[in-house]
Design a protein around this ligand. Structure first.
Ligand code: ADP
Ligand code: MG
Length: 264
């Protein structure tokens, strides 16, 4: 059975794209077949997987507006994943889609044609709660919310959860909120743990295990068009591998491994 997981938070810079690319690469390393979907007009996922959005002629935009078949737009990546790429054209999809009936279902309908070819589909949502994120949440079985472990990390989480609830009520009753992925975590301070404890209490959201530590390797990797999973070993890659393993175990029927932010 294919699992479709959306990675969403309307806040930028919380590591949605990094989480999508790293979990995807970790799964692909284990011979899981992975399709990643770039839903951000900035095309950061597309770029970080080695494709220059400015050099791509067909993208998810054409698929969403019905101008191209999804199968004709997919690209291979060096990390062994398949990519549905984004270009800046996608910024216009928002306006075009808004005028169409069933606009929230465009991605779900497109994925239905290819999803059975993959074990896992990861959807990297854009930093907004507009029609593109609604498409991501409508197409997904599950959603995780990357959250940067900093003061005020929770701002906007309530709004995101209301959007998820509305999607569950209207376009996708099957959508499950798995919880948050704690990113840019600094285990040396109690601050990161306090932030996580606060968020999980406030919104009753589990924190997936493990938190992802802050490491300079991530910035280097995204600037060079390759994921952090390749190259030298580092604690960020190790954490994402563990997260991918825990998700896999959960999909195979185990309880989802969660992190107790209050303890340690
Ligand atoms: P989003 O997709 O939510 O906007 P990104 O994944 O693009 O966020 O990450 C934002 C920035 O943070 C990028 O420059 C990325 O390299 C950096 N980053 C992400 N995760 C980490 C980490 N664990 N440690 C250090 N930097 C990180
Ligand atoms: Mg992003």
């Amino acid at each position: 059975m294919t699992r479709i997981l959306a990675i969403a938070n309307q806040k930028g810079g919380v590591a949605k794209t990094t989480t999508t690319a790293s979990v995807g690469a970790a799964l692909a390393d284990q011979d899981v077949s992975v399709l990643v979907v770039d839903l951000d007009p900035q095309g950061c996922l597309t770029f970080s997987l080695g494709h220059d959005p400015d050099q791509i002629s067909k993208s998810v935009h054409d698929v969403l507006i019905g101008a191209e078949d999804i199968a004709d737009v997919l690209l291979d990546t060096d990390d062994g994943m398949t990519l549905l790429p984004a270009t800046i054209d996608l910024a216009g999809a928002e306006a075009l889609l808004l005028m169409r009936p069933g606009r929230e279902y465009a991605l779900k309908r497109a994925l239905a044609e290819v999803a059975q070819d993959y074990d896992v589909v990861l959807i990297d949502c854009p930093p907004s709660l507009g029609v593109l994120t609604l498409n991501g949440l409508t197409a997904a079985d599950e959603v995780v919310v990357p959250l940067q472990c900093e003061t005020l990390a929770h701002r906007g989480v309530g709004q995101l959860l209301r959007t998820v609830t509305e999607v569950q009520q209207i376009t996708n009753p099957e959508l499950t909120m798995l919880g948050t992925v704690a990113t840019l975590f600094d285990a040396r301070t109690t601050h990161s743990r306090d932030v996580l404890a606060d968020v999980s209490d406030r919104y009753e959201m589990p924190v997936l295990d493990p938190p992802i530590p802050r490491t300079v390797r991530f910035a280097e990797a995204s600037a060079s068009g390759s994921t952090v999973m390749r190259g030298r070993k580092n604690k960020g890659a190790t954490a994402y591998r563990e997260l991918a393993d825990n998700l896999r175990a959960y999909w195979d029927g185990a309880d989802l491994a969660t992190y107790e932010a209050g303890e340690q």
